[in-house]
Design a protein around this ligand. Structure first.
Ligand code: KG4
Ligand code: ZN
Length: 342
């Protein structure tokens, strides 16, 4: 096994983790939610400053909780994209400094591969033991992306569908903002939707019946906007639950209609899902039903915390990339690589 230090700063969470191979020894997150909440979304410069403040202490805390000294670390895994360039840069600088100072190997990790491989993480005792049957069809949905990926083996992925505009989590965040509710909106909408009527508003199911497996959520958001734009604050307030339930149902219908179609087309041996939106109990339940209907095993991250951004998922990708010898060749050049898009 290898001792890995992983760092993730692609958006609004400063994260560090220590792994022993694919086992999590520590997983520390400093969330900036309170900082961005009043702006209704992530403010790049505020995110950058907060990452700069927190990155040192968070890395130290991850090492301390894992009872591992930096000298004992074999390699460092770092997110190089996609994400917010100014935020990514802070983590990359930290990883480079540590790699140079302590002469460690560096592995550059794609954030989305991290979300996919979050299903391969184990706790410190090596649980759960999973034998994920491949090829797997993966639904990975967060605030920055919504993708259907065919995973042929670890490190070999084909994107079969993706959003043409907003990501699913982004759509939920925007709907929450339109109702005058907080950020991020996904969890707020989930809570409100529990007591609401999903048929209250008549909303479209974008891309239904279209060829291929891509998503689109901007039309749904626009329809939602036009239906409530002339409502008073009181009327919106009285109908929070119904509005949340209607919007959430439309987003999840859209996701699952396309995913089910892709399942039938690609005939995978198992299903996998991950990303912040998969923290939603309603979506998890619906996906479990779909898997049962198709008689396929379904894998979800075993802890809710592993759905949303974290560094453990970056560490497990680094572990598998290191096994294949995929290290950063020229550490000094890595700062040219923070990528908003990949
Ligand atoms: O994976 P993540 O932490 O960060 C990105 O890579 O974007 O995902 C954050 C997204 C946000 O849009 C948030 O609203 C959504 O995940 N989210 C949820 C829930 N918790 C977080 N969406 C629906 N239900 C939830 N419980
Ligand atoms: Zn993410």
């Amino acid at each position: 096994m290898k001792k890995i230090l992983a760092i993730e700063t692609s958006c609004d969470d400063t994260c560090a983790a220590v792994l022993d191979g694919d086992r999590i020894l520590s997983d520390v997150i400093s969330s900036q939610i309170d900082l961005h909440a009043k702006w209704g979304g992530v403010v790049p410069n505020l995110a950058k400053r907060a990452h700069e403040e927190k990155i040192g202490p968070i890395v130290e805390e991850a090492l301390k909780r894992a009872r591992v000294k930096i000298e004992e670390i074999d390699l460092i895994g770092i997110t190089y994209g996609p994400g917010l360039a100014v935020a990514l840069g802070v983590g990359i600088e930290k990883a480079k400094d540590l790699a140079k100072k302590y002469k460690k190997k560096l592995v550059a990790v794609n954030h989305i591969e991290g979300h996919i491989l979050s299903n391969f993480l184990k706790n410190s005792r090596g649980k759960p033991e999973r034998k994920i049957e491949l090829p797997a069809l993966v639904l990975t949905v967060s605030g920055g992306h919504s993708k259907i990926v065919l995973m042929k083996k670890i490190g070999k992925y084909e994107v079969k569908g993706e959003t043409l505009d907003d990501a699913a989590g982004e759509a939920l965040d925007k709907a929450s903002k339109l109702m005058g509710l907080g950020y991020p909106g996904g969890a707020i909408i989930e809570r409100l939707a529990e007591k609401g009527d999903e048929k209250f508003l008549d909303l479209p199911r974008p891309m239904k019946g279209r060829k291929g497996f891509d998503y689109s959520f901007s039309g749904l958001k626009t329809s939602f906007y036009y239906q409530i734009k002339d409502w008073s604050k009181e009327k919106i307030g009285k109908n929070f639950a119904n509005l949340a339930a209607s919007f959430q149902e439309a987003v999840f219908d859209s996701l699952l209609i396309r995913f089910e179609k892709a399942v039938d087309y690609y005939c995978p041996k198992s299903l996998m899902a991950s990303g912040g939106v998969m923290a939603n109990q309603n979506l998890r339940k619906r996906l479990k039903k779909l898997a049962k209907k198709r008689n396929l095993p379904l894998y979800l991250p075993w802890s809710k915390k592993l759905n949303t951004d974290n560094a453990a998922m970056i560490g497990v990708v680094a572990y598998y990339k290191a096994k294949r010898g995929e290290f950063v060749k020229n550490i000094s050049k890595l700062d040219r690589e923070p990528r908003a898009k990949l």
